[in-house]
Design a protein around this ligand. Sequence first.
Ligand code: UD2
Ligand code: MN
Length: 140
Amino acid sequence: MLIVRSVPSSKRWQEISARRMELIQTLIEETLLNNVDYIFCLDVDSKFHSRWGTESLGGLVAVIHPGYYQDDRSKFPYERRPSSRAYLAPGEGDFYYCGGAFGGLLVEVHQLAKTCRKNFEDDAKENIEAAWQEESHLNR
Ligand SMILES: CC(=O)N[C@H]1[C@@H](OP(=O)(O)OP(=O)(O)OC[C@H]2O[C@@H](n3ccc(=O)[nH]c3=O)[C@H](O)[C@@H]2O)O[C@H](CO)[C@H](O)[C@@H]1O
Ligand SMILES: [Mn+2]
């Protein structure tokens, strides 16, 4: 069964992209909690190039960003301003994960979405937006 839900638009793509965390949090709280075990969140333009199976059913699962998998950690576009809640210091972080594909156990993803949303919104109150919005908070 496929259910299509419409989402609010925005003038800024940054806002549309970032609001996915709020959408995921709300969807989980309103309909999925106690009904499903796992959730995966993908960009609508995602393409599958080979099999994606049950091996991905982990606690929290992320996908290494296709643009940075060969790069040294110092090249990752993490948020580098300490005033942002998405800040990662030099030497911190393992890989650079993409914002367009992540998932895992529902309760874990719920926690992740809630945290990323709160940190994004708390940053916004202080007029700061992380370099790659929710993707930066996901990497944090
Ligand atoms: C591989 C990967 O992870 N790519 C990331 C990259 O861009 P992408 O180039 O993959 O960004 P994109 O144009 O696919 O936009 C991200 C997603 O936001 C949604 N959307 C976007 C525009 C719109 O008008 N309506 C709408 O619904 C849609 O699901 C889309 O797939 O950088 C973005 C910055 O925000 C996100 O971090 C993406 O996830
Ligand atoms: Mn995309």
